[in-house]
Design a protein around this ligand. Structure first.
Ligand code: ADP
Ligand code: TRP
Length: 321
């Protein structure tokens, strides 16, 4: 199975990104043909500072590698290193009804949050469709918020195939239910845009501070509590085995456990969980050239697949290739 996903380098990654996307991707490299990239062209729609974007791109790649992405097993690259994606975006834009993009929540949300409504933001889903279709991806793991973009991709691919015959694989979205939405410290979806994140590689004191700030109800230690509506429980569960989560659930239901105690344990669990990765990240940061080399080699592999698709697309649409 060919699995593809990308992540924007638009800031430090948080545990919502990790459980919603990165962890799954890293697991897939063992059994699938995995394509994974840093979506720096998408990040340009919201980051208008070149130096910052370059820094974040390299940092995102370093983070992914530190978390366990293995360039021997997966194809791993930076989006802009395969320029064919831009040509395909243009081709696909001619198969994208305006109304399809006008309905996209992500675009409407960004405008509502004050981003300038430029065409990059508007045609973002077409570039995403090109990312997916260029590599003939079969499955695309993303969080709930990207589901609509996958639907747009499928619509565009079907329209193109309808006109020119079978060229693109129709991709399936994969949204795993138990981690579909990782809550932030305020209980909304964890997101950079909401300022409610817990960063994967936060300093310890910062991590503790963030975890202690998770919003709970005001039940006393003795009172029985509902684990399923508790943000601390929902986050802690991600770091526990099934049995450990069940044991904590019972303690909640019986009463006698305080939120402060659980928060302290959660901060420690997050810290421990990422410790080996933190160390690997530090080592990679000292060898930026090594990271760049990995990315260039990945781009070459990605590009040879991209070229196959573009040969076929060009032939069908009449671009002399
Ligand atoms: P953010 O909302 O912080 O800007 P992105 O939109 O860049 O994060 O998301 C990057 C990836 O992480 C996407 O695949 C997205 O679906 C996933 N993701 C982001 N936040 C969460 C969350 N709270 N729960 C689950 N997945 C998430
Ligand atoms: N839009 C995605 C996000 O913000 C990132 C992305 C770009 C992507 N291209 C993609 C994800 C292709 C999956 C497939 O999370």
């Amino acid at each position: 199975m060919r699995i593809l996903s990308g992540i924007q380098p638009s800031g430090s990654f948080h545990i919502g990104n990790y459980f919603g996307m990165m962890k799954k991707m890293i697991e897939y490299q063992e059994q699938h043909e995995l394509f994974c990239f840093i979506a720096n062209l998408h990040a340009m729609t919201t980051v208008a500072d070149g130096e910052l974007l370059a820094k974040q791109t390299l940092d995102a790649a370093t983070t992914f590698l530190a978390l366990g992405l293995d360039p021997e097993k997966a194809i791993f690259w930076v989006q802009s290193d395969v320029p064919e994606v831009n040509l395909l975006t243009w081709v696909l834009s001619n198969f994208t009804p305006l109304g399809l993009l006008e309905r996209c929540h992500s675009y409407k949300d960004k405008i509502a949050r004050g981003f300038s409504p430029h065409t990059g933001l508007f045609t973002y889903p077409v570039l995403m469709a090109a990312d997916i279709l260029l590599y003939q991806s079969e499955r695309v793991p993303v969080g709930q918020d990207q589901k609509q973009h996958l639907e747009v991709t499928r619509d565009i691919a079907l329209k193109f195939n309808g006109q020119y015959g079978q060229v693109f694989t129709i991709p399936e979205p994969e949204i795993s239910e138990e981690v579909a939405v990782v809550p932030g410290t305020d209980g909304q979806k964890m997101s950079k845009s909401y300022g409610n994140t817990i960063e994967i590689f936060a300093e310890k004191s910062q991590l503790q501070k963030k975890v202690m700030s998770i919003v709970t109800d005001s039940k006393s230690v003795e009172e029985p509590k509902d684990p399923d509506s508790c943000n601390v429980f929902k986050l802690y569960r991600l770091f526990l085995s099934r049995d450990e989560a069940e044991a904590l659930r019972q303690r909640y239901l019986q009463g006698g456990v305080g939120y402060g105690e659980v928060k302290k344990a959660l901060a420690e669990a997050i810290w421990q969980y990422f410790t080996p990765h933190r160390e690997r990240k530090k080592a990679l940061e000292e060898d930026r050239e090594f990271v760049r080399k990995i990315l260039k080699a990945g781009a070459e592999k990605a590009r040879s697949v991209a070229n196959e698709t573009m040969k076929e697309v060009s032939k069908r649409v009449g671009i002399i290739y």
